[in-house]
Design a protein around this ligand. Structure first.
Ligand code: RP5
Length: 162
């Protein structure tokens, strides 16, 4: 199975990335995690993107906050699908990163999830890999079913209390 390549702009983004790695672990999807910044280490970020396909990655996740150019910079240097996670910063609550990540020029797509959306980034990455992997598609369907069952259990709990 192809791996998921994960890159974050700073280790301060790690809590968001851990939401993604937890789900990838649960689904049995292999991944690699790096800290490269579009601004502080642009050469390493570019190299990560340029070599990703030959290294066996099938989809990339890029998380960054503030002037969040990492996902776009990665997408500019690969034709693998890139999922951007805007991370919440201290000043603008993540709106800065959301707009920086999602408003890509035509020609260089970044599939952007919500602010701090590590879980959905991992699920979307797994769904992309599952296009060619029936076993992974079955694990995703089982997770959907168990997530739905958990909601229905909460519904029953609320109905019993109120
Ligand atoms: C961004 O700046 C990073 O992705 C991070 O979200 C934010 C702050 O980085 P640190 O100052 O915590 O390293 O590039």
């Amino acid at each position: 199975m192809k791996k998921v390549g994960i890159v974050m702009g700073s280790d301060s983004d790690l809590p968001v990335i851990q939401k993604a790695t937890g789900i990838l672990d649960e689904l049995g999807v292999a991944y690699e995690v790096h800290v490269y910044s579009a601004h502080r280490t642009p050469l390493e970020a570019r190299d990560f993107a340029v070599t990703a396909r030959e290294k066996g990655f099938g989809v990339l996740i890029a998380a960054a906050g503030m002037a969040a150019h990492l996902a776009g910079a990665v997408a500019a240097n690969t034709t693998l699908p890139v999922i951007g996670i805007p991370c919440k910063g201290p000043v603008l609550e993540g709106l800065d990163a959301l707009l920086s990540t999602v408003q890509m020029p035509s020609g260089i797509p970044v599939a952007t999830v919500g602010v701090n959306g590590g879980a959905n980034a991992a699920l979307l990455a797994a769904q992309i890999l599952a296009v060619e992997d029936e076993a992974l598609a079955s694990r995703l369907a089982a997770k959907r079913a168990s997530d739905a069952a958990a909601v229905l259990e909460k519904d029953a709990g609320i109905a019993a209390r109120l």
